[in-house]
Design a protein. Structure first.
Length: 283
């Protein structure tokens, strides 16, 4: 093989690499643009928390204790939604290994709307963007390898819509104004350290059992029934534990989390463990 031929081959490889890189940049930007559109739709619908949400509400004792602990300076009235950035370790459905993952979530404080997106490696240099949304009762879930090849896509169904509604409830301790009376969440008593959070919207209902610490911190949310561990998606998961409470804009928020699947055997199988790296309540 002549030197000239080798140069041509090398040039061809370089051109192919440049074109491939340009294509990946294009697909990544296109995917992020789709996510941005979903976030903008959520933000356009978001309503402020408003005044008088806690005052003299008929709440189970551990829930009243939670709100007193969470809002020591009173409830911020103006925020409409929260922007949350996270990092940690994520395990894809029906796999055993975890991979470093970064994620962003935009969540409404008065409607059960959310948009979640995450970047995670899947094999060697291969990486994936996964995102899901639940806005005005409509869910959508998608995962793309290298931002280009769709490997999972789910549209709304009665089952998935309820899972997505529960997902908003499960994530709400990161934006605790969402749990206040006067919105879509109501509370039912259980015992001295637990209560049932019920979210209702668009004719659907989801329930989680909340466990509280003596000081009022919300330690965990648990589904009232086991999950189906054979699905190609994790959905909301059936259990989340939270800790490392810190003050953010006058509100106590748990910064560390672990979300798990729980099957019929009752054993928790974590799939997303991490912490909040940035949190803003936005007017």
């Amino acid at each position: 093989m002549t030197m000239r031929t080798l140069r041509f081959i090398g040039l061809g490889v370089l051109v192919a690499a440049v074109l491939a890189g340009a294509a990946l940049i294009y697909f990544a930007r296109s995917t992020r643009a789709e996510i941005n559109v979903l976030e903008a739709e959520l933000i356009a619908r978001a309503e402020p928390v408003g005044a008088g949400r806690v005052a003299e509400a008929a709440l189970p004792e551990p829930v009243a204790r939670y709100f007193a602990y969470t809002f020591p300076q009173g409830v911020p009235e103006a925020p409409r939604y929260a922007k949350i950035e996270m990092e940690g370790q994520f395990r894809r459905p029906m796999t055993d290994s975890f991979a470093p993952t970064t994620a962003r979530q935009v969540v409404s404080l008065r409607q059960p709307d959310l948009v979640f997106s995450a970047d995670t490696p899947i094999l060697g240099v291969l990486w994936a963007i996964a995102y899901d949304s639940y806005i005005d009762g409509q869910m959508m879930m998608e995962a793309r390898v290298l931002s280009a090849m769709t490997v999972m896509h789910e549209e709304g169904s009665p089952e998935l819509d309820v899972i997505s509604l529960r997902r908003w409830l499960l994530e709400s301790p990161m934006a605790p104004m969402a749990l206040l009376p006067g919105g879509p969440v109501s509370w039912e008593p259980l015992d001295g350290s637990r209560a049932i959070a019920v979210v209702r919207a668009q004719g659907l209902e989801a329930r989680l059992i909340a466990t509280f610490a003596e000081d009022g911190a919300l330690l965990a949310f648990d589904a009232v029934a086991p999950g189906d561990l054979t699905t190609p998606y994790h959905g909301s998961g059936e259990r989340v534990t939270r800790g490392d409470v810190q003050m953010v804009e006058g509100v106590r928020v748990p910064m560390a989390f672990e979300i798990s699947r729980v099957g019929a055997d009752g054993m928790a199988q974590p799939f997303w463990t991490g912490r909040i790296t940035s949190l803003r309540f936005v007017e």
